[in-house]
Design a binder for this molecule. Structure first.
Ligand code: ARG
Length: 397
């Protein structure tokens, strides 16, 4: 049995109750670890709450740049969207949190890590598979999966132990947020026919009045500047989020297939992620050679599935990363994004010093350097197989 446990702590009701519950029921010491992934939060208040719940120590790790550079960046290069839509906001965050849980477990000589996920979701899969990949010897504890408390029970438990929780009973939504976006589940959203009320949104409320354009510069597949201003990836995502979100663009309403076999209705808002993914894919259209582009497009859904399914730390994912990285050698250039009301954001231009678009080949103007006479023989031989087949059909009718 474990004696000391590092818990992935969010400061919410479930993980706060989990601190006290594990202390009382399992007789363990709990170290609460909060990962700052750009979700925003009053970290001092959250640390105090962990202490009030009985944590022997509360740690806040600023993992924003690491998350952006080592987790979001590879996914962006891979154009990773689960089921063609979801940019893996929560899916990408669990492996980085797991990494810090393991590091803290080592530093504090803990023998287990814990999380506050239920048994119905994907996040338990990601935490546990990641932890086993990084530290096969550590035990994983999932109190929320075993304690059998209803939400009302948890609120009562928190009150009984004087854990200061601001439970807004009016907000029935389950929200997860980081610098790549925001996820909203539960409440009325559990009816897939029900239109999401405006109150669920926080990043995509339209406030802009005039159209705007922004130029995103990419180097080897990574966005590095907006309108010529260079900035770190985490900051750049935040800026695109703010600008594009102000046009009310960047919402996803989908029914998705969870790893555990449940279909669920999910709302996402991630204007920055969607705009950058769109711009990146567009620049690839200009810079990737045809066969490479097509092969990469075949692998992208596989990459997204692996991340979604908790296999961030897996040999196939590593091998795909190497392929994707190689593919980005010439994905350098600029993409023009235009935002306008109501709720529109689109690519209106792209350019690259290393692009494969050749005006003198593509133009219909007279002075091109395409040898039109070559086309005749090419097309005849290209269609030879079909022509032979068609002639045979005609003779055997
Ligand atoms: N359905 C999304 C996913 O599986 C979002 C999960 C949100 N997680 C949460 N604990 N609220 O990645």
């Amino acid at each position: 049995m474990a004696k000391r446990v590092v818990l992935a702590y969010s400061g919410g009701l479930d993980t706060s109750v989990a601190v006290r519950w594990m202390t009382e029921e399992l007789g363990v010491e709990v170290i609460a670890l909060c990962a700052d992934l750009g979700q925003g939060g009053d970290w001092e208040a959250i640390k105090d709450r962990a202490a009030a719940a009985g944590a022997v120590e509360a740690i806040v790790v600023d993992a924003r740049d690491e998350f952006a550079n080592d987790f979001v960046a590879p996914a962006l290069k891979a154009n990773a969207k689960y089921e063609g839509k979801y940019p893996l906001i929560s899916s990408l965050s669990r492996p980085v949190i797991a990494k810090h849980l393991v590091a803290a477990a080592r530093a504090h000589h803990a023998d287990a890590v814990a999380h506050g996920c239920t048994g119905k979701g994907n996040d338990q899969v990601r935490f546990e598979v990641s932890t086993r990949a990084l530290a096969p010897d550590l035990e994983t504890i999932a109190p929320v999966r075993t304690w059998g408390l209803t939400r009302a029970d948890s609120i009562e438990y928190a009150e009984r132990w004087n854990i200061p929780i601001t439970v807004t009973k009016a907000s029935p939504y389950s929200i997860d947020q980081n610098l790549w976006g925001r996820t909203i589940e539960a409440g009325i959203l559990e009816d897939p026919w029900a239109q999401p009320p405006e109150e669920v949104y926080a990043l995509t409320t339209p406030t802009a009045t005039d159209p705007t354009e922004l130029v995103i510069s990419f180097e080897r597949g990574l966005p590095v500047a907006i309108d010529g201003r260079r900035m770190p990836l985490a900051a750049l995502i935040g800026e695109v989020d703010r600008i594009v979100g102000s046009y009310g663009w960047g919402r996803i309403d989908m029914v998705e297939n969870r790893r555990v076999g449940i279909k669920s209705r999910e709302i996402y808002e991630c204007p920055g992620a969607l705009a950058l993914l769109m711009a990146h894919a567009d620049l690839e259209d200009l810079t990737l050679e045809r066969d490479l582009a097509h092969e990469k497009a075949r692998l992208e859904p596989r990459y997204a599935d692996l991340v979604y399914d908790g296999l961030w730390y897996s040999p196939l994912k590593q091998a795909l990363d190497a392929f994707v990285e190689e593919s980005q050698r010439f994905v350098t250039g600029e993409v023009r994004l235009r935002c306008e009301l109501p709720g529109r954001c689109m690519v209106v231009g792209r350019r690259s010093e290393v692009g494969l678009y050749d005006y003198t080949l593509a133009t219909y103007e007279a002075a091109d350097r395409f040898r039109h006479s070559d086309a005749e023989g090419f097309v005849r031989i290209w269609g030879l197989g079909v022509a032979t087949w068609a002639a045979k059909q005609a003779n055997t009718q």
